[in-house]
Ligand binder design. Structure first.
Ligand code: ATP
Ligand code: MG
Length: 668
């Protein structure tokens, strides 16, 4: 297409044209040119291209709009290019996506342009063109693809509620939001990360947008909340309701309350307030496990649970009789305390008041649709067979699916996007995820469930052994409603990830994983972030244990072969190991058999062995320097830090583990 518009001086136009011609072939198959013209802005000249994404690219970018491309030949870029881009996008009145691709020649331009873009709330995808070198279509496409597709759309670990991240469960949220006025009581029990808080947030958002009800949201994992007794908790809810009527904010979060009266007095105060409300009210109690008799942090709730629910039940009965529109949503992992007749010999007021309802995994079509949509945002597309397989392996749990796909996204070359991932590659990556991070993740969820609901454990193990039918009905029903076993498949465990998690949970050596102290220290803050840290850290630790075990196995196998092959010097694998460890420890370890010896070695010992017999291990690890670097990072355990570890520490650790694990897996 001809470049139109008033032409700049030849020295400028020839350079801009050269840049544009180098860019063009790289865009083939991704964009078509709608218009290309010269433009000037504040004494600077640009080539300005309005580009229409091909159907596939539009799906990948999740946009129906066209994109603005600007070529600029300044060797030192300045913020005015962002000003210009914003001006053009505004002038086009909705025709263009709120994004600009800037082709430039400034060596430090990528960083500067992105920073200015962030400051001006404009997404900037910079492409540095080296006019002196050959810019092949492939290299241009590679730069563009890495800019466009490097963001990981799967990687979200906080609750989601907005349209771009919240999948399925939409009708359920709408239904709940609509029926607040009918004094409903709804519960959502579910394993860790099944999406309970996300659903509650979605309902709260809907209510907020329609602005026809008030919400009190109680997050029981906060220290300020679980450290209150039952009377203070009721008083704190009452204070929030009072606040709502005063401020008209629509949403309130209870705070710590030092009320010193009786639970009866607190209940009366709550009832008085509820009788005065002018709008429907939703009380949402999330992370319930923190205020149950088996609370991990607040032992006082062993005695406070029944009085709390007795008070809430009686207040609710009273207001229902008066037809006041107050609804309740509760959510947590263990349904145990809501299914028992009595607690400590006292009638359980929560039973029959809070129904035993569960948040099920996604229906299969929702899982596959979520994968398809998010994958297209990072330029990946999977066959129907693979979509099904990911969903099935991850038991249709949204968070597990996201983590699996995030792992796949990070393992697939950006420069070839958008791309159809072959079934073989996809299944290979998925299997690798399930064996490593996936297993760690599901083990965590199973461990947590068995901790807060230990009664369910024997039935879970029976189901693993194919003996589900021998178990009591209530336990099987719970396991099935948690989405862990499949009632229609003779109570078999659902999905390979869950199965691996249960197996790992059973694995005695894994129960020695030294994650608890660090996890507890981190969780002491009691907020959602700490929980997230604890999860991330536990996954890293678990992966580290797997890598360590694989290293031990590899060393034994390789040294056995080396020992046989060594002529003259007939050393056994055991002797070779002993020779590699520091002299002062040899005498302690000398008399024991190889397997036991291996189990007593530290990480740095394993490193030293590989390092000493490098020629035997070279074909597994390839690069010695990288091997050393990654081993040292892994040796610096994140849970050994007294300081609060940061995301960069964890990311570094994860990357080194992945490096080692990729090579160990390939050696199998
Ligand atoms: N409806 C959804 N659509 C897409 N992803 C979801 C959805 N619900 C949850 N997720 C994914 O699962 C993650 C965990 O969600 P959420 O925090 O709501 O779970 P939870 O059950 O409240 O967890 P916890 O037991 O730790 O409180 C989210 O960060 C998101 O990645
Ligand atoms: Mg939650």
């Amino acid at each position: 297409m001809q470049i139109t518009g008033e032409k700049p001086p030849t020295s400028v136009s020839s350079q801009l044209e050269e840049m544009w011609h180098k860019l063009r072939p790289g865009l083939a198959g991704l964009f078509t040119e709608s218009s290309v013209s010269y433009s000037s802005f504040e004494k600077g000249w640009y080539i300005r291209g309005v580009m229409k994404p091909t159907k596939r690219m539009a799906a990948a970018l999740a946009t129906d709009r066209e994109l603005l491309f600007l070529a600029t030949n300044f060797s030192d870029q300045q913020p005015r290019v962002i000003e210009f881009a914003k001006k053009v996008i505004a002038q086009e009145k909705g025709r263009l996506e709120h994004l600009v691709v800037i082709i430039h020649l400034d060596q430090d331009g990528d960083r500067k342009l992105k920073t200015w873009g962030r400051e001006q709330a404009l997404t900037v995808l910079p492409i540095l063109l080296d006019v002196t070198a050959d810019a092949t279509p492939e290299s241009v496409q590679r730069s563009l693809s890495s800019e466009l597709f490097s963001r990981d759309p799967f990687d979200v670990s906080t609750p989601v509620s907005d349209d771009s991240h919240f999948f399925g469960r939409r009708d359920e949220a709408i239904d709940l939001a609509r029926t607040i006025a009918t004094s409903r009581i709804r519960s959502y029990f579910g394993v860790r990360k099944i999406g309970k808080t996300s659903l509650i947030y979605r309902v709260v958002d809907l209510i907020k947008n329609s602005n026809d009800a008030d919400v009190v949201y109680i997050d029981c994992q906060r220290d300020a909340i679980f450290n209150m007794n039952a009377a203070q908790m009721i008083a704190s809810i009452a204070t929030s309701i009072e606040q709502l009527s005063l401020t008209g904010a629509g949403r309130a979060t209870p705070r710590h309350n030092t009320f010193s009266g009786t639970i009866g007095e607190a209940g009366d105060a709550l009832q008085d307030l509820l009788q005065k409300i002018s709008r429907p009210l939703l009380i949402a109690i999330d992370e319930l496990d923190y205020i149950t008799p088996s609370s991990p942090t607040a032992p006082l709730w062993a005695g406070e649970f029944v009085p709390f629910w007795r008070c809430l039940r009686s207040v609710h009965q009273e207001i229902t009789q008066r037809r006041l529109p107050v609804s309740l949503i509760v959510s947590g992992v263990s349904s145990k305390w809501f299914a028992q007749e009595s607690i400590g010999g006292v009638e359980n007021a929560a039973l029959h008041f809070v129904p035993e309802q569960y948040l099920a995994p996604f229906p299969r079509p929702v899982s596959t649709q979520m994968i398809k949509r998010l994958a297209s945002r990072c330029g990946l597309s999977f066959s129907e067979h693979v979509l099904e397989r990911i969903a099935a392996d991850c038991a249709d749990f949204p968070f597990w699916i996201r983590r699996a796909c995030s792992f796949m996204h990070q393992s697939i070359d950006l420069s070839k996007r958008p791309t159809d991932v072959s079934d073989g590659d996809a299944v290979d990556l998925l299997d690798r995820f399930v064996r490593t991070e996936g297993q760690a993740l599901s083990q965590l969820a199973i461990e947590h469930l068995c901790r807060v609901y230990p009664e369910i454990r024997p039935s879970l193990l029976a189901c693993l052994d194919g003996m589900g039918q021998s178990q009591e009905k209530w336990a099987l029903a719970s396991l099935s409603r948690y989405g862990i076993v499949d009632a229609s498949q003779n109570w078999a465990i659902r999905g390979s990830m869950t199965r691996n998690g249960v197996l790992a949970y059973l694995d005695k050596s894994s129960s020695e994983t030294p994650v608890r102290p660090a996890v507890d220290a981190l969780s002491a803050g009691g907020d959602a972030r700490s929980e997230q840290w604890a999860d991330d850290l536990a996954i890293v630790n678990r992966t580290r244990n797997i890598v360590e075990r694989q290293m031990r196995d590899l060393i034994v196998v390789v040294l056995r072969v080396s020992a046989v092959g060594e002529s003259g010097d007939k050393l056994s694998a055991r002797d070779l190991v002993l020779r590699a460890i520091p002299e002062n420890r040899r005498s302690d370890l000398g008399g024991i058999p190889l397997n036991e010896l291996m189990s007593k070695l530290f990480w740095l010992d394993l490193y030293a062995i590989v390092n000493k017999y490098w020629s035997s291990f070279e074909k597994v690890f390839g690069d010695k320097i990288l091997f050393q670097q990654n081993c040292f990072v892994v040796n610096d355990r994140p849970d050994a830090h007294a300081k609060r570890i940061d995301a960069a520490d964890l990311a570094l650790h994860r990357r080194s583990l992945k490096w080692l694990q990729d090579r160990l897996n390939d050696s199998r």
